[in-house]
Ligand binder design. Sequence first.
Ligand SMILES: C[S@@+](CC[C@H](N)C(=O)[O-])C[C@H]1O[C@@H](n2cnc3c(N)ncnc32)[C@H](O)[C@@H]1O
Length: 255
Amino acid sequence: MSGHDKGHLEREIELHKRLASHYEDRYRDAFSQVFQQEWNRALLAINRRPVDRVLELGCGSGILLKELKARSRFVVGFDVSPDMMRRARPLGAPLVTGNGSVLPFRDASFDLVSCRGVLHHLPDVPAALREIHRVLRPGGELILSEPSNDWWLVRFARELMYRLSDKFDEDDEGFRSEPFRALLHSLGFGDVRMERFGYSAYVLAGFPDHLPILRYVPGNVCLTKMLVRLDRLWARVPGLRGMSLQLLFSAKRAG
Ligand SMILES: C[S@@+](CC[C@H](N)C(=O)[O-])C[C@H]1O[C@@H](n2cnc3c(N)ncnc32)[C@H](O)[C@@H]1O
């Protein structure tokens, strides 16, 4: 690992140590839970087969781990930050601490690897994807949701936020869909599919710790449900769907 990558990794550990104490604040409000359920639903909907053994990479406080546990026989949570994972402990899944670019699991151990908002924090994304490929069984599937940098306005806003907010590292970066798809192919993943997610509800209901506007709006649960429906339509409109804030990908290790 280069000195620059090592510095980034160390800063991520420090960053998440600091964020861990109030991270759950993001998921506290009822309207935010409505949105988070929708995000998990959209991500899990792109997994195409029932699965037994799952690795939730970058599980953080366990928001997706909970859902995965309900659907699969064996789920492991993995994260670089023990402080973030402390909140996932009551879920009762095995939790392993480590760097996503060097996974401490045997080859072909998992049917599914999931990542929700994790890869953009990693200093070496190709290394992490190589490791994910290695620990997936042949035919196993990677599902992920990561910040999109496809639309110029989102790219600009994200760049500004990552530089100015103390909740991100300056080296964190979103992804553009076509280079990311090409990267997956170049690393040996096949059957790569992409969906788009995250428009109005993502901005207004997704991060009340950053943008607390809806906390002060009466009927915020109903409003979030309406925004969620609007966003499902938005994701289908040619010419507008590219404005999404998240990219959902699924890719398989050749079987
Ligand atoms: C934005 S949080 C997302 C957490 C969780 N997936 C969620 O959706 O709430 C990013 C997570 O990635 C973890 N992370 C950052 N760098 C990592 C690395 N190199 N290896 C593994 N996990 C890492 C952080 O500790 C944090 O829990």
